[in-house]
Design a protein around this ligand. Structure first.
Ligand code: NAD
Ligand SMILES: OC[C@@H](O)C(O)[C@H](O)CO
Length: 405
């Protein structure tokens, strides 16, 4: 094949996969086998990893139609990636078993837990950072050291980060997880820069929400949380593990991604696009998020966002609408002493100058004239975009779309 056409084949090359009995790794492992890689499976849970290995052999024979004797070599190892000595011992065993050093590493091992930041138990935070962040460094070191010492070229590493390393998830509080993943993304840049001279490439793949045991633990029995996550994804769904396999294979392939190192590829159905510019609304104490529509997000600076919420409160409660403007780190609070209504929330993003010109008056929104008003203000906003000196946000809640309570 002409070398202009990349190959993703990894025949007879050895890949170490950590977190190898997890939800995401399952699909990655299958992709690696389909492309001919031998695999060392590392995980805390040896029993589950051995089961995974047995299923993978079956997958090769039944799905990939590989003859039993040609199934790529696989071995399972118990490994806690947060223990550097242990990691080194396991990598030594891998070398002994396969008779070669791994050329590829996919680090998926990690976990998430939720505590409010001010109450996060120190021991938990230490443990999580030790696994998710330091563990990532330890496996990268154990992987790269022999390649560097023996001058073996062409190593490639994929660290599984998370969009949580770029944005703050909401509503679940998970400061330790978020900071660990932000650390992974930057660690990868450091490693990539240091190891480029040894011809070792290091990249991050940052997924959005994937349906795996990790997320099922968080959303289990909490449909509100699930709906909340969904409403933040432009593609309108969570992902499946198999939707990450292509990116991993691309990043591992020295043919396909020969000039790619130190980068972070976010694969999130568009989640972080909206989180950069969009809003998250919450009605307290009622549940909303039946429908969330964000329109006309022209760019991160000047945009108008518009969405519907449905107020289903009972008694005399006052529903509180909180609009969180992610880019600006501020909360706008509006009390709604209404019952059983649909609420149209319009948030105008516009220039400071435009606001002054409008004499600080909120734009009018009419129930029958949303499109028209939108058009008028939108053209003004566009006209001022170039003169932006700051970002101001106005909120107008239109209660004219009242449903009978
Ligand atoms: N599921 C998601 O929505 C999502 C989104 C973004 C990023 N991620 C990341 O993807 C990776 C895989 O997550 P998943 O959803 O498959 O979770 P998972 O819980 O299904 O799998 C994680 C695996 O890591 C293993 N593991 C945990 N601690 C370990 C340690 N100290 N040493 C070795 N192995 C350990 C577990 O035994 C498990 O098999 C994680 O790094 C996670 O942070 C997941
Ligand atoms: O941000 C997505 C993931 O990292 C993870 O699924 C989530 O943060 C868990 O709460």
């Amino acid at each position: 094949m002409a070398d202009i056409v990349p190959t993703f084949r990894l025949d007879n090359e050895l890949t170490v996969v950590t977190g190898a009995s997890g939800g995401l790794s399952d699909a990655i492992l299958k992709g690696l086998l389909a492309y001919g890689s031998e695999i060392a499976l590392l995980d805390m849970n040896l029993e589950r990893t051995k089961e995974t290995q047995a299923e993978l052999v079956k997958f090769c024979i039944e799905e990939l139609k590989i003859k039993q004797e040609s199934v790529p070599k696989m071995h399972s190892y118990v490994c806690d990636i947060s223990d550097a000595d242990h990691v080194n011992e396991v990598f030594a065993k891998v070398y002994a078993d396969f008779g070669k050093y791994p050329l590829h590493l996919v680090n998926t091992a990690g976990y998430c837990e939720n505590f409010p930041a001010h109450e996060y138990p120190a021991k938990n935070a230490e443990r999580l950072v030790k696994v998710n962040l330091l563990g990532s460094l330890f496996v990268a070191q154990a992987f790269a050291k022999p390649l560097i010492e023996h001058n073996i070229k062409g190593g490639s590493v994929v660290m599984i980060g998370s969009m949580s390393g770029e944005i703050v998830n909401d509503p679940q509080p998970q400061v330790a997880y978020n900071m660990s993943k932000a650390g992974v993304i930057h660690m990868v840049k450091s490693l990539a820069a240091e190891w480029a001279k040894y011809n070792i490439r290091v990249n991050t793949l940052s997924p959005g929400y994937i349906l795996t045991p990790l997320t099922k633990n968080v959303i289990n029995g909490n449909d509100g949380m699930y709906q909340r996550w969904l409403s933040g994804v432009p593609m309108g769904r969570l992902s499946e593990p198999k939707e990450f396999t292509g990116t991993v294979l691309y990043l591992l392939s020295n043919s396909a991604s020969s000039y790619t190192t130190g980068t972070n590829i976010t694969v999130d159905g568009g989640f972080t696009c909206w989180r950069d510019v969009a809003l998250v609304a919450e009605l307290i104490p009622v549940n909303v998020f039946e429908e969330l529509v964000v329109l006309d997000l022209l760019d991160a600076v000047v945009a108008q966002s518009l969405f519907w919420v449905s107020v289903e409160q009972s008694g005399d409660q006052i529903a509180r609408l909180r609009v969180k403007v992610c880019g600006e780190h501020q909360w706008i609070v509006q009390d709604l002493s209404v019952h059983g209504v649909d609420v149209l929330v319009v948030v105008w993003w516009q220039t400071r100058e435009h606001l002054v010109e409008q004499n600080s008056q909120s734009p009018e929104v009419h129930d029958s004239g949303v499109a028209l008003t939108h058009q008028q203000l939108w053209s003004k906003v566009l006209g001022r975009a170039a003169e932006r000196v700051g970002l101001l946000v106005q909120l107008h809640v239109d209660l004219t779309q009242t449903k009978v309570a």
